[in-house]
Unconditional design. Structure first.
Lengths: 345, 345
């Protein structure tokens, strides 16, 4: 079988000749080719211009030789399409105007028609597929409902999730209505992405780890089960479920669904895989900051991750979080080479 | 035995008639009496004025009826005494001038003479003990070496710990020298606090959870073992070891030391206690944001924590992190009453 299918085969836990590798935020500010485009366009312009988004999507394929491309976009464009105003401020991260904290606010959000309202995403997917010419598969993605809910409620990223949890705990019906609406929107969005041509999906639950396991189970898990069961019912593409900082309740993350569970670096890969069970694949989990180490130290850590995966079918090498913007580009190039070399069977 | 010893007896895992309770950041902005003082003084002025620090230390004892007072101070005053300039900016958190990122920078830091250089802390302890008149014990505290190191290196709080990890991974000798110096400083500091009159200690490792378990073991654990073994050699007061977000490597936290292990809410209390073993006490672990819920919901959650502790000797009720500044004061008062009522044997 050809190398270009390596990533997809690993998602389905088939035997592969080496471990496939891609990196969260592999298209990003650490890369000079990206910076050259970013100098002339705002981040949101780049997301919304299909030609630019497709070009940036391909940069890491060309520069790094990763085994999958992931669409260049942002999880919050979906929320914008639901009726909120989205802005990115340099160094401050995203801002959403008029955070939603009442039943009326939830009611006003609309479930977008992804094909129409996020047309530029679908265009970018089609263009990226064309430019990839089958070299490697294209991954589409969405934020998970809880992570999106936290932005919708806080209006920005948060450390304490003060308003999110206040709504969850004191207005559980309104919170649940918001989660249902977001879940429906995410399902429609990722289905449209599959129609447009993505060959795998990743669901990012970046903030799930702020919750007690009991609260995840009660307020999040039912919606996640619906999300994954509806995606899996189509069954066309493998789905990666990345729940950040959820190392203490991976059993529940697994229950939610996904063909591959993505884990951060706060838990050793072998322990994480044992906890979720070998009936799913595992993705991860080098600390992105390890890329600030000397090469021999990076290699030691890559070997450690690969040793813990023990050549078991279903491992996809990745970082435990996105590439940090200050990472030396050469180290990222070296990392991908290392994984390919060290994992060859 | 008198109620005033309840907390200390629980730290030593003796049988008690009900579960003792205190709250991290129980003296703080959520409380009106605190705000009245804060209006007239900066945060750092409050820490450095022994009369004010002692007064604020006692506020939660009087308002909430908690079973222990904790000295009002900040973990960063120790770092200031080592030669860095410390400032607090409204809404931005602490700033340390000239972050330390080189061997020379580490060399320039001095191990303070805590009795002399942190005289105001010792004065505040003596005053607080006097004002407490034996009603409840007084807890002293320090940041753990890694948490202090992260501030020293970043110069502020961080999400990615980019500079901390870069130094750890690429200048391991300099990082180790910094950890050694900080460990020595912390040992001297908490010993001086015991001499001044504190009856228990808590070591806050607020940022340990940013590390992979393997890195905690290699770069942090040896220093923590020295810290706890030197404190325990004196053996006068019980020591609580709170490692925030370390739910995936509690076994290693336990190896570091402490008579009581403090845990956040990301792991159920029963599971955490099972992992650290019943030869140590456990402190925690209600999500501080649960205090934004209605009273009946807070009660359900308090019962859940107590049920998981199962009246086993050695449980100290606390939040899994500090009280959030926006918390309704009345809810905090109600929480302490609830714990006392629901845990009565």
């Amino acid at each position: 079988m050809s190398e270009r299918q390596l990533f997809i085969r690993a998602c389905w836990r088939e035997e592969v000749e080496r471990t496939p590798v891609w990196l969260m935020r592999q298209a990003g500010r650490y890369m000079r080719a990206y910076q050259r485009i970013r100098e002339r366009h705002s981040f949101l312009e780049m997301c919304k211009n299909p030609r630019i988004a497709a070009e940036v999507t391909l940069q890491p394929v060309e520069r790094l030789g990763v085994d999958a491309a992931i669409l260049f976009s942002d999880i919050l464009v979906l929320v914008e399409a639901m009726g909120m105003r989205l802005e990115f401020h340099e160094g401050l991260g995203p801002r959403l105007s008029e955070p939603v904290r009442t039943p009326e606010g939830v009611h006003r959000l609309r479930v977008p028609d992804a094909e129409r309202d996020l047309h530029y995403v679908m265009e970018a997917i089609k263009l990226a597929r064309k430019k990839l010419r089958g070299r490697v598969p294209l991954i589409g993605f969405s934020g998970a409902p809880f992570t999106l809910a936290s932005y919708v409620i806080e209006g920005r990223s948060s450390r304490s999730f003060r308003f999110t949890k206040e709504m969850m705990f004191s207005q559980p019906e309104a919170f649940c209505a918001l989660m249902e609406k977001l879940t429906t929107a995410v399902i429609d969005y990722v289905n449209a992405q599959v129609d447009a041509g993505v060959q795998a999906l990743q669901i990012f639950d970046s903030w799930a780890g702020c919750l007690a396991p009991q609260d995840y189970e009660q307020y999040v898990l039912p919606h996640m089960r619906r999300l994954f069961s509806e995606i899996e019912a189509r069954g066309e593409v493998p789905v990666i479920h990345f729940a950040n900082q959820a190392g203490t309740f991976l059993d529940k993350v697994r229950l939610a669904g996904g063909d591959v569970i993505g884990v951060d670096w706060r838990i050793p890969l072998d322990e994480a895989w044992r906890r979720v069970g070998y009936e799913v694949g595992i993705q991860g989990n080098l600390d992105p900051l390890a890329l600030f180490a000397p090469l021999h130290e990076i290699e030691r850590r890559v070997r450690d991750v690969l040793d813990r995966a023990a050549s078991r079918p279903g491992h996809i090498f990745n970082l435990g979080h996105g590439v940090h913007k200050d990472t030396p580009e050469e180290k990222v190039v070296a990392l991908v080479k290392m994984v390919k070399r060290l994992s060859a069977r």
